[in-house]
Design a protein around this ligand. Structure first.
Ligand SMILES: [Fe+2]
Length: 236
């Protein structure tokens, strides 16, 4: 695992990941709170050898599956950090009864003074098996003015394989921060999504970190807004 510093007390690590035949990668975010607690959002594949680099940053106290989909490597992380609290979202316990989930991310809250989160209600995705509510959680790292998303927006660019770039161009989302048509079609309750977007826009952020795609380092708030104006079909 290659932990990349993004800002003070904020790191990311990525690994290859394929979805519908496209290489889209997946990203974990590590946040250190002031007492030295470490929070891992969307843990990626981990070996015992990865623990030394994580442990050098802080004490891993929280493991987070921030939506219905980013739980694939959670059990590995739990095995390495059995004392950490595992957080999941609505429906995940039914989907993954094998996972031990300690807490539920079903309402707005905070981790320390630095990290706020809220459920991004109404947001869904059209999957091969039909429409599925994602039960997304979005996070705001206040000190670095970073919005941490999972699948609520994507940002593919020239760092991805050409087939992924081509698919992003066809979808009108190459080098653009936005959800895809799958989320536009899968998010039926636009009023709920709009209310969630307004909550996010109340946060002061410039950087946007997604699970799939490159990090948007500046102007993220305007780009996030434009992406959801497209999804909602109205000006925010
Ligand atoms: Fe994802």
């Amino acid at each position: 695992m290659n932990l990349i510093p993004v800002a003070e007390n904020l790191w990311t690590a990525t690994q290859p990941f394929s979805y519908l035949g496209l290489e889209v990668g997946t990203r974990m975010v590590a946040v250190r709170l002031s007492p030295g607690e470490l929070i891992l959002i969307s843990p990626i594949q981990m070996q015992a050898t990865d623990c030394s680099s994580l442990n050098s940053l802080g004490t891993v106290n929280h493991l987070i599956a921030p939506n219905q989909f980013h739980h694939l490597y959670l059990s590995q992380a739990q095995a390495l950090y059995p004392d950490a609290t595992t957080w999941g979202v609505e429906g995940l316990a039914d989907k993954r009864p094998d996972l031990k989930l300690d807490s539920l991310l079903n309402k707005a809250g905070t981790f320390g003074e630095e990290l706020e989160y809220l459920p991004f209600k109404g947001f869904g995705a059209l999957l091969p098996r039909g429409i599925c509510l994602a039960h997304e959680t979005v996070f705001w790292h206040r000190p670095s003015r970073s919005l941490i998303l999972t699948d609520t927006s994507f940002h593919f660019d020239e760092t991805f394989p050409w087939v992924t770039q081509l698919a992003a161009r066809v979808m009108g989302s190459y080098k653009v921060l936005k959800p895809s048509y799958f989320e536009k079609l899968g998010s039926r309750d636009k009023a709920q999504v709009k209310a969630s977007v307004r909550q996010v826009l109340a946060w002061d952020f410039d950087r946007v970190i997604t699970a799939h795609g490159s990090i948007v380092e500046t102007d993220g708030k305007a780009q996030f807004t434009a992406g959801f104006e497209w999804l909602l079909g109205e000006t925010l």
